[in-house]
Design a binder for this molecule. Sequence first.
Ligand SMILES: NC(=O)C1=CN([C@@H]2O[C@H](COP(=O)(O)OP(=O)(O)OC[C@H]3O[C@@H](n4cnc5c(N)ncnc54)[C@H](O)[C@@H]3O)[C@@H](O)[C@H]2O)[C@@H](O)CC1
Ligand SMILES: Nc1ncnc2c1ncn2[C@@H]1O[C@H](COP(=O)(O)OP(=O)(O)O)[C@@H](O)[C@H]1O
Ligand SMILES: [K+]
Length: 489
Amino acid sequence: MQKILSGIQIKELDSNQLSRSGQTSHELMEAASTEFVNWFLNQELPIDQPIQIAVGAGNNGGDGFAVARMLADQSYSVSILNCFKSIERLSKDALVNFSSLPEIIQIHDFEDWVFPNGGILIDAFLGVGLKGELRTDAIEIIRKLNTFKGTVISIDVPSGLPSDEVVNGTAIKADFTVSFEFPKLSLMYPENAEFVGELVVLKIGILEEAYNNLMSTFYYLEAVDIRPLHKIFSRFSYKGDMGKVLLVGGSPGKMGALILCAKSALRTGSGLVTCHMEDSERAIIQTAVPEAMSSWGLIPNPEIYDAVGIGPGWGIGNRDRLFKQFLQDFKKPIVIDADALNLLARNLDLLHLLPKNSVLTPHIGEFTRLLGPAADHSKRMEMAKKFCMDNKLILVLKGANTVINLPDGRQIFNSSGTKYMATGGSGDVLTGMITSYLGMGYSPENAVLCGVFHHGLAGEIASKSKRRSLIASDIIDAIPETYIQLNIS
Ligand SMILES: NC(=O)C1=CN([C@@H]2O[C@H](COP(=O)(O)OP(=O)(O)OC[C@H]3O[C@@H](n4cnc5c(N)ncnc54)[C@H](O)[C@@H]3O)[C@@H](O)[C@H]2O)[C@@H](O)CC1
Ligand SMILES: Nc1ncnc2c1ncn2[C@@H]1O[C@H](COP(=O)(O)OP(=O)(O)O)[C@@H](O)[C@H]1O
Ligand SMILES: [K+]
């Protein structure tokens, strides 16, 4: 899985890469700029759009000069906005690329900047080399760049945004951030969303060995990581091999949550799904999900199930006793969502009853109820890490780039998903998927990694035709396509 390194570690990564690959630093910069330009050309933007490239003195600026040359070679109309004051300040490789600029590219000094009404601004002012608080001259430059009215594309990070922290002061407000090799930590924080815009991550050929001695507890989950985690079932597979799962939830007025959860578990691959709900509601499940079985009253023998998901639409009135009884009787890892999280939040003594490696799936509101408020997302992640390590649990902190917190302290950001999944019921679909993988005998860690990734991918697939019309059922309908795209039988 791709490690996410800090800004400081990136210097070391670069030098490891150069010593192991035999590349020069200029060749590495050329590789990054080429990947950026290939991505840019794939956007098929009209060739007559003016492109302005704001360029700083460091290697981020060096990328900007190289991109300017490459785009001019493709007949784009490119000009440079000088944010670097004097040529003496340019880094070694920035100077090489500055010297290779074709004459056709004009360079404008700060005082002469006049933005066209539209077009494209490529932001290559400051990258991961930013240190400490922004200097006042840099703040002035960023403020002026932020008055640009067209499309803004930041190289590596929006200038002014520290690589590993929540924004401090100001930064470029990008429409797209195209980051190299892995998303910098700051690009993952919701507080920074208005600066980052759409996130694109491009590989620039860093060797795996270059990461070897660089420690990090942060990772980025991508499609390539998923296939090896899946179990392969044989042609003799029986429905029992595909897992018997129990889903506990639903209440009058909230049966939809349980229906979505059950359909999602079935589509993910579960062999047998049983829904447990109040007696009065059972006809609803049997009509809406004929493939599922129903159970009501006490849960007589939970141990017959391979996995259990509990909470979607359950309500919290009169549930404490059943919940406690259930936690005492069921010894395998459980998926705890929605109202089961709320029950846990109001009685933290129940935590010690949770089987090791159980999975909690809170959104930020549920997280706050459970563990208290946090000053920002980075602090929230510290709380999540400690909670999982202390209690030997897995916590899936949902949102854009959902964070999977593991009991060993690793924190894994998901790369799949789309803003269009911010719609009622998408979380219930996720609970069904994770429970389904647990039921198929996946380890809790693999069940969560597969559940979270496939859920996001299904959302992306559904959003292609649905955009803001996407509803949770569309995510379920797209689950089969995720198996086709990832070539999983
Ligand atoms: N492995 C990678 O990911 C690669 C990264 N490259 C690029 O190199 C960049 C990093 O380059 P550098 O380390 O030279 O650093 P940057 O170019 O990101 O930053 C250095 C510049 O920032 C200015 N600066 C620093 N702190 C400041 C502050 N508080 N206020 C105002 N200005 C400040 C410095 O004066 C200097 O001009 C990456 O972001 C990326 O764009 C590529 O060129 C090559 C490969
Ligand atoms: N902006 C977003 N980008 C990516 N995924 C998102 C976004 N907003 C929500 N999601 C995903 O949708 C799901 C929403 O879950 P939740 O908040 O529990 O919704 P509900 O309670 O309505 O089911 C989570 O898996 C979350 O990661
Ligand atoms: K930048």
